[in-house]
Write a new protein. Structure first.
Length: 222
């Protein structure tokens, strides 16, 4: 099936990161997190979640198990794959693709929602008015921007995927963008968001399009 797109796309959000933990512990208090996207690593829980992901992948039937991996360049995503791979025992090649990076927050970078409201009240109000899909923070990206680069990524899977199941390890924004791209513009707001840490979403190829098998599934973490 050389030249074909993927027979199945399995998309995973990275395990719990240090930033995820800090934001959760901050709650409604303003937080300015000290590390950038290219520095954040997994927590101990995130590593356990990634190991559980590896066991899930190993247990998939042969025709559904990924045969190639594409990954975000950010350490928390790459670490998720490394831990999962070790628990699975797979020796799959991994391709790092910049288009799978998380949504760029621009002026909102490192700020939790409470800090955004405190520092940029007019922008926070504009986000409420236009919605999360179209809103672009100053110097950052909207979710629609992420969809544009993820659409180009999916198009470029034709050929390299070779008709095989593939795994994508990335971020919540990328998983939402994949849903938009693969399901032709489906609404990616609630109840589809938030995409949970180490969750699994799967689409299968059916007659030239993709059909959702499961979305945001964390049953393997139980």
């Amino acid at each position: 099936m050389a030249g074909a797109g993927p027979s199945r796309i399995i998309a995973v959000r990275h395990g719990e990161s240090e930033a995820n933990l800090a934001h959760r512990e901050a709650g409604d208090r303003p937080l300015v997190y000290g590390l950038g996207d290219d520095e954040v690593r997994l927590t101990a829980l995130g590593r356990r979640q990634s190991a559980a992901l590896g066991r899930l992948l190993a247990a998939l039937p042969g025709g559904e198990r990924p045969e190639a991996v594409w990954c975000s360049p950010y350490p928390r995503a790459r670490e998720t794959w490394e831990v999962a791979k070790d628990d699975w025992g797979a020796g799959l090649p991994v391709t790092v693709d910049e288009r799978l990076r998380d949504q760029e927050q621009g002026a909102f970078d490192r700020l939790n929602p409470a800090a955004v409201r405190e520092r940029f009240p007019e922008e926070a109000a504009r986000r409420e008015a236009v919605g999360g899909y179209a809103f672009r923070p100053p110097g950052g990206e909207s979710l629609a921007d992420v969809v544009t680069r993820v659409r180009a990524f999916v198009r470029d899977l034709d050929g390299p995927a070779g008709g095989r199941p593939v795994l994508i390890v990335a971020h919540d924004s990328v998983v939402l963008a994949l849903r938009d791209v693969l399901e032709s513009g489906v609404d990616v707001g609630p109840p589809f968001a938030p995409v949970l840490n180490a969750s699994v979403s799967i689409w299968r190829a059916v007659e030239g399009s993709f059909e959702l098998v499961r979305f945001n599934d964390v049953g393997h973490l139980a």
